[in-house]
Write a protein that binds this ligand. Sequence first.
Ligand code: CS2
Ligand code: MG
Length: 412
Amino acid sequence: MRIDRADVVVTSPDRNFVTLRLETDEGHIGLGDATLNGRELAVVSYLRDHVVPLLLGRDAHNIEDTWQFLYRSAYWRRGPVTMAAIAAVDVALWDIKAKAAGMPLYQLLGGASRTGLLAYGHASGKSTEELFDSVRKHQAEGYKAIRIQTGVPGLKSIYGIASNATFEANKGSRYDHEPAQRGASPAEEDWDTRSYLRHVPTVFEAVRNEFGPELPLLHDGHHRMTPIQAAKLGKSLEPYDLFWLEDCTPAENPEALRLVRQHTTTPLAIGEIFNTVWDYQQIIREQLIDYVRSAVTHTGGITHLRKVLDYASQYQIKSGMHGPTDISPVGMAAAMHLGLSIHNFGIQEYMKHGAKTDQTFRQSFTWQDGMLHPGTQPGLGVELDIDEAGKYPYQQAYLPYNRLADGTVHDW
Ligand code: CS2
Ligand code: MG
C-alpha cells in the first residue's frame, strides 16, 4: 500500500489547527495532528516543503522505518517543529494501518488495558466563589478530577483563568479555552511569585474544605518557579493531597527537580514542552517525576511517545498526556488510543473543543461519567470535513507572556 497523496490542511474553526492528511493507492485516508500553538506555520512549511515530497510513493505500512528515516535523514534532530511534523506523519500512518486492518487503533497497540480513561478538566476563578462555581460546573459535566487555578491578589491576570469563560460558552464565539489570542502580538500579563506562593495553599485549603478529601486535584505552575520556590510550594501543598503539581520549574533544567524532590512528596508532572525520550532520560532514570506530560502531537507521534512511556513504566511513572484545546481532535484521539492500550496510564487532560471545531473534525470518542473512550471505529475515529475546514482560514494568534512589576520578562 503506497502513499499517493499528502495534504497539509490549515484551519481555524475556534483556533488554529494543522492537520496532515495522507491518502493511499488503496483509498485509505489517515490524519495526523501537527499543531504547534502560536508557531503553526513553521510546521506547515516543514511538512509541505520538506516532508510531503518524501512521502509520496512510500509504503504506508512501514511506520517505524518512516519514523527513523524522517528523524535521522534530516540531520537536524529533535525540537518542537521537527517532532510535531514527524508526529503528524506517524499518527496518519497508524490511522491508515488500523483502517486497513478494520480495527480501532488501540487494538493494534495491544488492545484495551482498561474500560476508559480518567480525565481532568480545568476549573478556575478570580475569586474563591468563582472558583467553587467552576468546580461545581465541571462536576456537573461529569469530571472526576479537576485542575485548580486562581487569581492571585494584586495581579491583574493569571494563567488558566481565561479557560473558564469558554468552558461555559463553548459555542465558538470566543477564541477558545486556551490563553492564545488572535492578534498581531502577544498579550502582556503580570506576575509575582511571592504573592502566588502565599496565596495558592490558602486556595487549596478552601477547596478541600468545600469539596472534601476524595476529589483528585491538580495544579499547573507553568514553569514559573525557581527550584527552591517550587520545593516550598510542593511542601506547603502536602496537606491538600494533590494528584500532581505540574511544570513547577522551567523544563530546560531537569536537574532542578532533584532539589524539589528532596523537599516534597507532592507528586510532580512535567513534559508538555518536551519532544523526545532524550529530554526525559535523566528525570525518568533518577525518578524525579511521577507523570509524563507529553502529547502524542509534540513528541514524535505514537511510535515515539510509546517508547517514552515504556521507559517510564520501569520506574512506575505514569502517563498524564497533555490535552488542552490546542491539541486537535486528531491529536486527542491519538492520545486516547495510546492511553487505552498502555499499562502505565495515569490520567488524561481533557478540555472540550468549540462547536465549530467539532463540526470540522467529526469524532467518535465517548465521554461518560468522567471517562473518555476513543470509540470502536476503524482507525483513529476522526474524519476531517475539508469543506468545513476551508471556511476558516488561518489567523495569527499568540500565547501571552509575563513581566514582573519592574518590567523584567518572566517565564510563562
Ligand atoms: C497547559 C496548556 O494544559 C496545560 O497544562 O499548560 O494550557 C499550555 O499553556 C498550552 O497548551 C500552550 O500551548
Ligand atoms: Mg501545563
